[in-house]
Design a protein around this ligand. Structure first.
Ligand SMILES: Nc1ncnc2c1ncn2[C@@H]1O[C@H](COP(=O)(O)OP(=O)(O)OP(=O)(O)O)[C@@H](O)[C@H]1O
Ligand SMILES: [Mg+2]
Length: 308
């Protein structure tokens, strides 16, 4: 079945900016990826294998009614609008309705970074554990990070005359699995469009990197205080709008010396935690050192790009 031949309910389409995870497959009607409901500004994630899907649904529901630590986490994950049943390829499935983190972006750059040296959960079989340990070995063991996929807009050759023209580059998990630590760092620089560019673009890049760092630090601050949950095989989704990179806006309000909402880089840069199919209660009230190790090294990588 060609991707375009998927039988989708009216008003929904495949999420074009999906860079990793389970996707639609040509010859397998059972394989379902994320959908987009662009009018509502949300994406729909199919519930995964029964235990995993239920766990993720419970996680989002627990945030909605959660106590202090969980309530604070809400700002770092996509907003959740509840489950929804839809018929896809003639089979009814349950989806999670989530805020589309690329909403409103004209040229969305999206990177999925999987967190932690350990990506198998406490219930994993020995076999699953071995499979996970054999994947993304180089980056995962040293950095506690791996790269299942990304897409980035980059200036095309004719950029000097037509600065708005851009080409899109996409890579999936095979690329990520081949990366060394050095390759990972270079790929991050590529993703943030670091290059010999016009001065204007450099200013935009600096805004971008500082905003990414600010959001990463906030997530780290949350992890440093919480003792409730451990996140296995969870990702950070880093999204920004390439269309805003070359032109940090100079609105009237900024010229007058104060910032408006659209001048705030948070309006075009989003770093959010996603993929909660393997979230477990913390063992013996311990902090999630596994996730924090990856997060700290991601912060170091972004800092080294900013300061080079
Ligand atoms: N809220 C969101 N907004 C925009 N894009 C999203 C959002 N959630 C997920 N995506 C896209 O979909 C991809 C896959 O998402 P996710 O990791 O949650 O699914 P998965 O890996 O298939 O899940 P599972 O491990 O539960 O089977 C992400 O890499 C990202 O490109
Ligand atoms: Mg995933």
């Amino acid at each position: 079945m060609a991707q375009s031949e998927q039988e989708l309910p009216e008003g929904f389409r495949q999420l074009k900016t999906q860079v990793a995870g389970h996707t639609f497959e040509e010859s397998n009607a059972e394989a379902v990826g994320l959908l987009q409901d662009s009018r509502a500004g949300c994406v729909l994630k199919p519930l995964g294998k029964p235990e995993c899907g239920e766990r993720e649904l419970r996680f989002y529901e627990s945030l909605a009614s959660g106590d202090n630590d969980l309530a604070l986490l809400r700002g770092h994950v996509p907003r959740f609008y509840g489950p929804l049943k839809l018929v896809v390829n003639r089979r009814e499935r349950t989806f999670l309705r989530l805020e589309d983190l690329t909403r409103g972006m004209r040229q969305p750059c999206v990177m999925d970074v999987k967190m932690g040296k350990r990506t198998w959960d406490p219930a994993a079989s020995l076999n699953k554990r071995k499979l996970e340990e054999a994947k993304y070995v180089k980056c995962k063991q040293e950095l506690g990070l791996c790269l299942p996929g990304f897409q980035v807009y980059r200036p095309s050759r004719s950029d000097e005359e037509h600065p708005k023209e851009a080409t899109i580059l996409r890579h999936g998990k095979d690329y990520g699995k081949s990366l060394s630590v050095e390759g990972f760092k270079q790929t991050m620089a590529l993703f943030f469009n670091i290059s010999r560019d016009s001065r204007n673009r450099r200013a935009g890049t600096e805004l971008l990197l500082n905003e990414v760092l600010r959001q990463l630090q906030e997530i780290l601050a949350w992890f440093q205080r919480q003792r409730q949950l451990h996140f296995y095989a969870s990702s950070l989704l880093i999204c920004y709008d390439y269309a805003r990179l070359g032109n940090p806006p100079m609105s009237q309000s900024l010229l007058n010396g104060h910032r408006s909402k659209e001048d705030d880089p948070a309006s075009w840069v989003q770093v959010r935690m996603i993929d909660f199919a393997h979230v477990y209660p913390a063992e013996q009230g311990q902090p999630d050192e596994n996730y924090m190790f990856g997060l700290r090294s991601l912060i170091q990588v972004v800092q080294s790009i900013l300061h080079r």
